[in-house]
Write a protein that binds this ligand. Structure first.
Ligand SMILES: Nc1ncnc2c1ncn2[C@@H]1O[C@H](COP(=O)(O)OP(=O)(O)O)[C@@H](O)[C@H]1O
Ligand SMILES: [Mg+2]
Length: 225
């Protein structure tokens, strides 16, 4: 089953008088449970593609289906709902909430869902922190943790709602190569354990080996087809 189906996706940005064609006709299908690397140089459209798949940005033309559901015609409220229940996000700059502890950061998406009791939420967050090896740091705030530890918290936060898909935009770009490798190894483990589909982007050829499928992008198009 294809969890993501993209056809003829374009994305234009208005930049003053000119138009930037960030995506110029992407066709892409991704199987459920895959671990996919979106690979390409800076400016090729990786962030734009992940943002459109994640409902953070809208398509200009084309079709994006997530689990069979067409995203491009979905009302905003339903996109918010899809993001909260079926997608997890990991960012290059971690994007943790500085005033919250590690546990509280991981709990945050579950609090937004408003569907679970406080004790369920705490238990689930602590389980995820344990899975990423950070239990002993659960009371720490992000500023007291290293980049690699922060990104582990972000992985736990992305997975705490048990999403179908995790989107990670250059998750290793702000980490040294050893720490970056450990982050991708955690993603591999979580991918195998839970059948969660992972998409991560990178411009770094050294991390390709962590993916099961590699999608090359060049100038807003899939390269090498
Ligand atoms: N908000 C925006 N406004 C105008 N141009 C943008 C915007 N976001 C991205 N772009 C342009 O779209 C292209 C693709 O950008 P991006 O998706 O960020 O690439 P990547 O993540 O691969 O570096 C680049 O030319 C970039 O300058
Ligand atoms: Mg980018």
């Amino acid at each position: 089953m294809n969890i993501i189906e993209i056809h003829g996706l374009t994305k234009d940005y208005a930049l003053g008088e000119t138009t930037v064609h960030a995506l110029r006709g992407i066709d892409l299908t991704i199987a459920k449970g895959d671990l996919v690397c979106i690979m390409g140089p800076s400016g090729c459209g990786k962030t734009t593609l992940l943002n459109v798949i994640g409902g953070i940005d809208s398509a200009t033309t084309g079709s994006v289906r997530i689990g069979g559901q067409e995203l491009t015609t979905l009302p905003d409220r339903e996109i918010t709902d899809l993001r909260l229940h079926r997608l997890g996000f990991i960012f290059q700059t971690f994007n943790l909430i500085p005033v919250l502890t590690a546990t509280e950061n991981v709990e945050f998406p579950l609090l937004l869902q408003k569907e679970h009791s406080k004790s369920e939420i705490r238990a689930r967050a602590e389980k995820l922190l344990e899975e990423v090896g950070l239990s002993e740091y659960r009371h720490h705030r992000p500023s007291e943790l290293s980049g690699g530890q922060r990104q582990r918290i972000a992985i736990a936060r992305a997975l705490v709602t048990n999403p179908d898909i995790v989107l990670a935009d250059e998750p290793t770009a702000n980490l040294d190569s050893v720490t970056g490798a450990s982050i991708l190894e955690i993603m591999q483990t979580m991918n195998q354990r839970q059948q969660t589909t992972f998409l991560f982007s990178t411009h770094d050829k050294n991390v390709l080996k962590y993916a099961r499928t590699v999608v090359h992008i060049k100038d807003g198009l899939i390269d090498g087809e």
